[in-house]
Design a protein around this ligand. Structure first.
Ligand code: ADP
Ligand code: MG
Ligand code: MG
Length: 909
């Protein structure tokens, strides 16, 4: 290691209104350490201490224990001496002992992933000294038993042996409570606490074979190493992998003088928030316990009390406690310790203003003196997030850009879908889990067939998987549940588009269509049974859970307006019906980036004409059937154009393989044969003929239009005539006709000339014309590579990243559910590439396609219409690629608008 490395600081001190570090040093000091330093520097009373940097953790992982001791021993000893002089006590001294806490803290908060040890420095002599010094024997022994408990668990591995076992120390305490006939920890007598210490140490000896360490320095080093090790513990590794945090970040170790909330009735501990984390309301709130330490408040050993009087009264009302009873038995801190409350209230104000965000703080009161032990930006619900950002802006605490950056895009989703009534959810019995494919809450009676969705007033469509034929039923059902399929399965994509709650790929479900039963484990559910879905978590819940519509707040509208002010890249929507289009426009869509025409063909009256077209053996027969479809399709387009008046509408020509449209059930096949006056066998033959080994790579996309040009002709006619009809009514529309699945220039040219010729013919017929564009999807890797040549012909590109991902990875979208979850679990893939754009691989094709396309047509309009168009990290990528717009399902439009603004803002920072 270089010399420079050896002289760099590895230990950063804080306390007494000064600090070596500050809040900008999160990466080095961890979030907790950086904020402790910052608080100390701005004069907030934090117990003095020091932080061993995250780099030391990495050094420990590389070089081992001994090397690291050598490296930091002197610095740590000096830092402890510093605490000693600040506190006027001595570490390990038996008359005037200093106790310390050893706390973990990575650069990002990893709740519950790593450990903390309190009251370190205790032994059989120190406990006596502490008792004498504080004149509080009970407190001293309570601290001792807590120390053995925590040190035993964190450092010595005294954990439950299996998931059925309880914590070995808890077990001993429970026994004693039973024997003494007491309920609360605070009821232990001094003798009880002494017995506990004895029994705890005994348990440690029995289980580990070693005596409990008595030397405070040994204890300290043991705890430091344990904190380092916890970075590589199973829980932490799993959490890191899930979030993609690299192993070399490491954790810092914070060592701090103990302050005692367990010294009696003038001491206590608590947590508080500068604003309401649930609603965002600007009210200081929190909970505390008298005569308690550390995690007692969160651990629920006793019922915590409210900090403010207002909060206390609100709480009492919910708990149905009379005011007198409340004031007597559950007083707020404001009432009980007005002086302390006033001080705490000042600090929360200072800290919020200082960090310019809602703070979540920990504090301890030791014999009438207040100490702050932690502050961080508080976690909050989607609703609170929006309100807090806009409130801070109005209060002048932050500027517009900061307000936009304070909002986490994905959390907006919570605000846009129906939600479960939180009270009802508390009693919910979760029976299984699937993928949270489309957020929101839904409750209804089970149906197994799409055409029976209207059987009940509220139904949940439960399928092994869905197909385009199920569309109507999916629309009627309140929610959709499938046993197979991933985040981009048919069910998932369609549901998101509809803004309908959907859980897909719930592998634990056994669905039997014949008996109309759903089996989960050994539980059987029948058609008509109530079931509830939480599409935001993937939880499947037994029975009926009450839901409520979301209410969009004024702050939400203000936030969106602000986003559009800063967003450069436009946001369009994927919409197949006038209704989708209207919803999306309501959410601020600036056009349509994808209308899938095939969905229109599944409605009852149309599917017949469509099938006749497919079954026709001659061009003439096909044209006849297309004649029938033309007016219907024209009408659909008129509806969509009207809803999107004045905005661009991209319409994709027919894309899916034809076999998706033909009947696969005998009864429907018979019906069709009769209607067409042909034999059942002829129908069957045609259906068999359309079967493909690899339909996704088969006869679909522009391959249909190039083999059956009549289809392209009919669709073009429907689009152009619809636009002309609206023009007559004074409604402006801007159609953009999109050719799917192009791989070669010639494929596009052929389609383009059919489209342009058809349009010219109509313009002549009608003696009128409109502006329109002809462009293509870029969804085959070859098209991205040939983009310069394609752009010479095409007016615009729209990246179809669903197919592009499928073909670049070689993963079938419809089969990936079998291996993707395992890949992700094993870390072979970090995320589902159908959900989050693979910027490294697929992203290269997007970049190449855009660059090459613009090399021959510099102002080529470029957008994206795959599912990724509404996923934050992918949208940000699109911004950096220089796209003109992203297009996403209606309910994701606000998210994409926000990300578009954030990306533009970040680029200027
Ligand atoms: P976590 O990150 O899990 O919250 P902490 O390191 O914050 O863990 O500590 C756990 C609990 O112990 C918290 O309630 C904290 O306030 C308390 N605590 C930590 N250090 C001290 C200390 N020096 N004196 C008193 N309480 C402490
Ligand atoms: Mg904490
Ligand atoms: Mg496609």
């Amino acid at each position: 290691m270089e010399l420079l490395e050896n002289v760099k600081a590895r230990v950063f001190k804080f306390g007494n209104k000064s600090a070596d570090g500050n809040s900008s040093m999160r990466n080095l000091l961890g979030g907790k350490g950086a904020n402790l330093a910052e608080m100390s520097a701005i004069g907030i009373p934090v117990p003095p201490g020091f932080t061993i940097t995250t780099e030391v953790c990495t050094e420990y992982n590389l070089l081992g224990k001994e090397a690291v001791f050598e490296m930091i021993k002197d610095e740590v000893e000096e830092a402890i001496a510093n605490i000693e002089s600040a506190m006027g006590s001595e570490f390990g001294d038996k008359d005037n002992p200093l106790l310390i806490s050893v706390r973990s803290g990575a650069r990002v908060s990893m709740p519950g992933m790593m450990d903390t040890v309190l009251n370190l420095g205790m032994n059989d002599e120190v406990v006596l000294g502490l008792a004498k010094k504080t004149n509080n024997e009970k407190f001293a022994w309570d601290s001792y038993r807590r120390f053995i408990q925590m040190y035993g668990g964190v450092v010595l591995g005294m954990k439950p042996e299996s998931k059925e076992d309880i914590d070995p120390f808890e077990e001993i305490m429970e026994h004693l409570k039973e024997k003494r006939g007491i309920v609360l920890d605070t009821e232990f007598s001094i003798q009880d606490l002494q017995d506990l210490v004895y029994d705890f140490k005994d348990a440690v000896k029995k289980r580990t074979g070693h005596d409990f360490p008595t030397n405070p320095w040994d204890q300290l080093w043991g705890a430091v190493i344990a904190v380092f090790n916890s970075w590589n513990g199973d829980r932490a590794v799993y959490y890191r992998n899930m979030h993609g945090y690299p192993a070399d970040w490491g954790t810092a170790v914070n060592v701090q003088a103990m302050v005692y909330g367990n010294m009696g009735d003038h001491s206590g501990t608590g947590v508080c928030f500068t604003r309401d984390a649930g609603t965002g309301e600007n009210v200081f709130n929190g909970e505390y316990l008298i005569n308690a330490q550390g995690e007692d408040v969160v651990a629920g050993v006793r019922t915590p009390q409210q900090i403010t009087k207002l909060g206390s009264q609100r709480w009492a009302e919910l708990a149905k406690i009379e005011e007198e009873d409340r004031a007597e038995n559950y007083p707020s801190l404001e009432e009980l310790m007005p002086g302390i409350f006033k001080e705490l209230n000042e600090y929360q104000d200072i800290l919020e203003k200082h960090y310019r965000d809602m703070q979540d703080m920990e504090f301890t009161i030791q014999e009438g003196k207040l100490w702050i032990l932690q502050t961080r930006n508080g976690k909050r619900t989607g609703a609170a997030m929006v309100k807090i950002a806009m409130d801070l802006l109005k209060e002048g605490m932050i500027d517009e850009k900061e307000a936009l950056l304070l909002v986490e895009p994905n959390k907006l989703d919570e605000l846009l879908h129906p939600v479960f009534d939180p009270k009802a959810l508390k009693r919910a019995n979760i029976i299984a889990q699937g993928l949270p494919a489309s957020p929101g809450a839904a409750t209804g009676k089970i149906v197994f067939f799409a055409d029976e969705a209207s059987k009940f007033k509220s139904s949940i469509l439960v399928r092994i998987e869905t197909s385009p034929e199920d569309l109507e039923g999916m629309n009627i059902a309140k929610g959709i549940l499938t046993a197979r399929g991933g985040m981009t399965s048919h069910a998932a994509v369609v549901a998101r588009g509809m803004g309908k709650c959907c859980i897909s790929g719930a592998g634990a479900l056994k669905i039997n269509y014949k008996t109309r039963t759903l089996t989960v484990g050994d539980h059987e559910y029948h058609e008509g049974d109530w079931i509830s879905l939480n599409g935001s978590t993937g939880n499947i819940i037994e029975g009926k859970v009450a839901t409520k519509e979301p209410e969009l707040s004024g702050e939400f509208a203000e936030l969106m307006e602000l986003a559009d002010k800063y967003g450069v890249m436009k946001v369009r929507t994927n919409a197949d019906t006038p209704n989708d289009a209207k919803v999306a426009r309501g959410f601020g869509a600036q056009g349509i980036g994808l209308t899938r025409t095939e969905h229109m063909f599944f409605e009852v009256d149309r599917i017949k004409a469509m099938r006749e077209m497919i079954l026709a053996d001659t061009v003439k027969g096909r044209k006849q059937a297309l004649e029938e479809l033309l007016p219907m399709q024209r009408e659909d387009f008129e509806g969509i154009f009207e809803a999107m008046e004045g905005l661009a509408v991209t319409i994709r020509l027919l894309d899916p393989p034809l076999h998706e449209f033909v009947p696969h059930q005998l009864a429907t096949q018979k019906e069709l044969a009769e209607e067409m006056h042909i034999s059942l066998q002829a129908v069957k033959n045609k259906v068999a003929e359309l079967e493909e080994f690899n339909p996704m790579l088969g006869h679909r996309g522009c391959r249909l239009g190039n083999t059956y040009p009549e289809i392209t002709e009919m669709q073009t006619r429907a689009i152009i005539e619809a636009a002309l009809n609206l023009k007559e009514r004074g409604i402006i529309c801007k159609p953009e006709i999109m050719v799917p699945l192009v791989g070669t220039v010639k494929e596009f040219e052929e389609q383009e000339s059919i489209i342009r010729n058809t349009a010219d013919t109509i313009f002549e017929e009608r003696n009128d014309k409109i502006e329109y564009l002809v462009g293509t999807m870029i969804e085959i890797p070859r098209a991205a590579l040939m983009a310069d040549l394609i752009a010479e012909k095409a007016d615009f590109f729209s990246f179809g990243t669903n197919d592009l991902t499928q073909m670049t990875f070689g993963y079938s979208r419809d089969d990936a559910g079998k291996f993707l979850p395992i890949y992700i679990e094993k870390g072979i893939l970090k995320v589902d590439p159908f959900e989050v754009l693979d910027q490294e691989g697929v992203g290269q094709l997007v970049k190449i396609g855009t660059e090459r396309g613009r090399s021959t047509k510099p102002n080529l309009k470029v957008g994206i219409c795959g599912e990724h168009g509404g996923e934050p990290s992918s949208v940000e990528f699109c911004y950096h690629t220089g796209m003109d717009y992203v297009s996403c399902s209606p309910y994701r439009v606000p998210i994409a608008r926000l990300v578009s603004a954030q990306a533009a803002i970040k680029a200027t920072l």
